[in-house]
Design a protein around this ligand. Structure first.
Ligand code: NAP
Ligand code: GCO
Length: 287
């Protein structure tokens, strides 16, 4: 196999969850481009139809069906169907995810449960469904959609951060338990990527000025821009391909440098708030 061939996915069946639009659709396009057969699910028929139309426009023949990643019965039926119609799944991308931006003390338990169910339990259910045939085959790739919130917190995203932090550990645990079967489970940790999920954070203000969060992200990111879906595709292909066979249990961040940088724009701080802060007035004994 030539070096570049190690990045090809010819004949591999890749299941990307929640791939009607956004990052999932982009992962699917990228993997199809290097030879994979794509199967996807989404939460309702309208989204699946929208996805199927997008893939058709791209000239891609894909299999798509409704399946809720939190519903074990539906997931098992989906996998059985794919195995019968297309073949066993070689690559699973646990992409489906939701976010609720609500201060923690205002979040209901039902809202918390919904986020944890989709973002953490979903990857557990889908991985569990494909692992037996991967073990049998002696190979498999699972790629989880982690986040900067797998490492960092911020106001309003408690459930999302808890789920994505948990997903980082599920990634390591799948690696620990099933690495011996030549199964690799890694995660992509995107920074702030311009998709519908993050669109509310970039909306222009009524006066036409930049959204404060948009300003914040640009000042925190050395690249001073939001990521584009294309920025994630090289890593997705790499983690799905034989080129990454000895990489296991890792979260790889694609964030324009945001997690490496302390950020700029201290001028936004309200200094008056800190004026009354107490200074440590103890005296060093041995100077
Ligand atoms: P997205 O645009 O919201 O797409 C996610 C897809 O998953 C949607 O089609 C969504 O349907 C579907 N979905 C929701 N619940 C589901 C369920 N129970 N079963 C099956 N499908 C379901 O998200 P994205 O921005 O492309 O992000 C994809 C993944 O990357 C997510 O896990 C996200 O947390 C993660 N991520 C995104 C960013 C970013 O900046 N965009 C950064 C880091 C990580 P609905 O449209 O009905 O919700
Ligand atoms: C938010 C965002 C994030 C990102 C992403 C960062 O409200 O802070 O939606 O959580 O989408 O996951 O990596």
């Amino acid at each position: 196999m030539g070096m570049i061939d190690q990045f090809r996915l010819d004949g591999k069946v890749a299941w990307i969850t929640g791939a009607s639009y956004g990052l999932g659709l982009a992962y699917a396009k990228a993997m199809a481009d290097v030879g994979a057969k794509i199967v996807f699910n989404d939460i309702n028929q309208e989204l699946v139809d929208r996805g199927l139309a997008e893939y058709a426009k791209l000239g891609l023949e894909v299999y798509g069906a409704v399946c809720d990643v939190t519903n074990e019965e539906q997931v098992n039926a989906f996998v059985k169907d794919v195995e019968e119609k297309i073949g066993t799944i070689d690559i699973l991308v646990n992409n489906a995810g939701i976010i609720k931006r609500i201060p923690m003390i205002e979040m209901t338990k039902a809202q918390w449960d919904q986020v944890i169910n989709v973002d953490l339990t979903g990857p557990f259910v889908c991985s569990k469904a494909v692992l037996p045939s991967m073990i049998k085959k002696g190979s498999g790739k699972i790629i989880n959609a982690c986040s900067m919130m797998s490492e960092l917190g911020r106001e309003t995203v408690s459930a999302y951060a808890a789920a994505k932090g948990g997903l980082k550990m599920l990634t390591r645990n799948i690696c620990s338990e099933y690495g011996k079967y030549n199964i690799q489970c890694n995660a992509i940790g995107p920074g702030y990527i311009a998709t519908p999920q993050t669109a509310p954070l970039r909306e222009r203000q009524a006066d036409g000025s930049m959204h404060p969060f948009d300003r914040f992200i640009r000042s925190k990111t050395p690249a001073q821009r939001w990521g584009q879906t294309e920025d994630l595709m090289g890593l997705a292909i790499f983690l799905a391909s034989p080129a990454s066979d000895f990489i296991n249990g890792q979260v790889i961040y694609i964030d324009g440098g945001i997690t490496a940088y302390i950020g700029q724009d201290p001028s936004q701080l309200d200094e008056s708030k800190f004026a009354a802060e107490k200074e440590d007035d103890t005296i060093k004994v041995n100077d």
